[in-house]
Design a protein around this ligand. Structure first.
Ligand code: SF4
Length: 433
């Protein structure tokens, strides 16, 4: 059997990168041309031509990673220049009847919706500049119940209809690290095909300890026909939302998502088996995870590799005076509290002053067998998730809450929206509201 092909193509140095990485996104026509040339080369090297996947009159959905309602300068979302380049290339070099761009954000930085997220990220503008026939806010469309055949844990999904209706799907993730998924690439990008309403829509349920398995299961709903990874400027450190940009100037592409993700994560300095979603999908045979069985064309992994800084997923001990009481807690709450505290940290808050003015903070999740209720006396207590009530320590948590100065609950499992909400509530406390 022939090996899956993954192309790794360099983008000629974009003029706008320095300004962009300095905090100001500027669109230069020449940069679109450079990225488009790399996209063209990556497609040619990996699948030959768009004609191999797009028939005359097909509706083509380009599914970017619109993870958050965030500006391009956050580097948490796909580079608008790459969106424009890909849309424009597909419009000009295929017989597609319609090219649409659609997605639904996660609940990270804002408990937000697709429309403002498309606007703030400048993706909508970029898609239109590229000639997209339509930009679809998935959360304003119908969902369809889907039984996922051969799934291990995510057996029933509700999936946005335009995703299922499209004749061809192009997966357009960004090269980023992720504190829950280790990296977020093509497989993790399918998180946007399901709803995110808090506290208990499907995106939340996907973010417990079995995140990798659930993403592998969700990928079974429908594999992408082509994956194009936006690796012009990646994100390292505290991804998926609070990390720092890393200049790569690459496009990575191929028809096998597992193979593309395996190559892309290796370029970031990770082993494919380190990444839960790639490991699950790869060992299940949804694609090729073994680098020896993938044909890498264009540039070798070694010649373009940069070791991305790893994200820390542990919220405990980040600030004196902000105590995380978490002992029997799965990564669903653990890493999402870390995500919230990362959001808080990048807001530039002076934590010392905050604590002097507003008192100490206690964040509780899961079972806390060694917890002393008295510790909560006159403090601001935040209680995360649903499962704390199921543990023998639940009465201790209730007693602690009764002694606290303020108490805030975040129901749900996993309460992914605390990325935004716990941060917002801490900001409100800081502002004395
Ligand atoms: S509520 Fe419990 S099981 Fe659910 S994500 Fe939080 S710690 Fe995990």
């Amino acid at each position: 059997m022939s090996k899956p092909v993954v192309s790794v193509v360099k983008v000629e140095q974009p003029k706008g990168n320095a300004e962009f990485m300095g905090g100001k996104f500027v669109r230069y026509e020449e940069d679109i041309k450079k990225i488009k040339a790399a996209v063209a080369e990556a497609i040619k090297l990996s699948i030959g031509s768009l004609d191999t996947i797009i028939k005359e009159g097909d509706t083509v959905l380009i599914k970017p990673n619109l993870a958050f309602q965030a500006p391009p300068e956050s580097f948490a979302v796909v580079d608008p220049r790459t969106i424009e380049a890909v849309v424009s290339y597909v419009k000009e070099n295929s017989k597609a009847g319609k090219v649409i761009v659609g997605d639904n954000p996660s609940l990270g930085m804002h408990v937000g919706r697709a429309k403002p997220a498309f606007k703030d990220s400048k993706m909508e503008e970029a898609a239109k500049l590229g000639g997209a026939d339509e930009v679809i806010y998935f959360d304003e469309t119908d969902v369809v119940p889907v039984e996922i055949k051969d799934a291990k844990v995510f057996k029933h999904a509700t999936v946005f209809k335009p995703f299922l209706d499209a004749d061809v799907v192009i997966n357009l993730p960004k090269m980023k690290v992720h504190l829950a998924g280790t990296v977020t690439l093509g497989l993790k990008n399918w998180n946007g095909i399901i709803p995110n309403c808090h506290p208990d829509a499907q995106q939340q349920g996907a973010h417990r300890i079995e995140l990798g398995q659930k993403m592998a299961d969700l990928y079974r709903v429908r594999h992408a026909d082509l994956v194009i990874v936006d690796a012009v400027i990646g994100m390292e450190g505290q991804g998926p939302h609070a990390g720092t940009p890393i200049e790569m100037n690459l496009i990575v592409a191929g028809a096998d998502t597992v193979a593309v993700d395996s190559v892309a994560c290796s370029i970031m300095g990770f082993e494919p088996m380190e990444i839960p979603a790639i490991r699950c999908a790869g060992t299940e045979g949804q694609g090729e995870i073994d680098l020896n069985k993938i044909e890498v064309v264009g540039n070798s992994i070694e010649s373009v590799m940069k070791h991305f800084k790893r994200p820390g997923g542990d919220p405990i001990g980040m600030y004196a005076g902000l105590t995380c009481a978490m002992q029997q807690t799965c990564p669903g709450c653990h890493v999402n509290v870390r995500g919230a505290l990362d959001s808080f940290a990048i807001s530039g808050i002076d934590m010392k002053k905050f604590l002097e003015k507003h008192g100490e903070v206690v964040v509780i999740a899961g079972g806390v067998p060694n917890f002393e209720p008295e510790f909560c006396k006159d403090k601001n207590v935040f209680i995360c998730g649903d499962c704390w009530e199921l543990f023998p320590s639940a009465d201790k948590v209730r007693e602690g809450a009764a002694l606290a100065k303020t108490v805030t609950y975040y129901p749900g499992c996993a309460p992914v929206y605390i990325f935004a909400q716990l941060n917002n509530d801490l900001q409100k406390l800081a502002a004395g509201k």
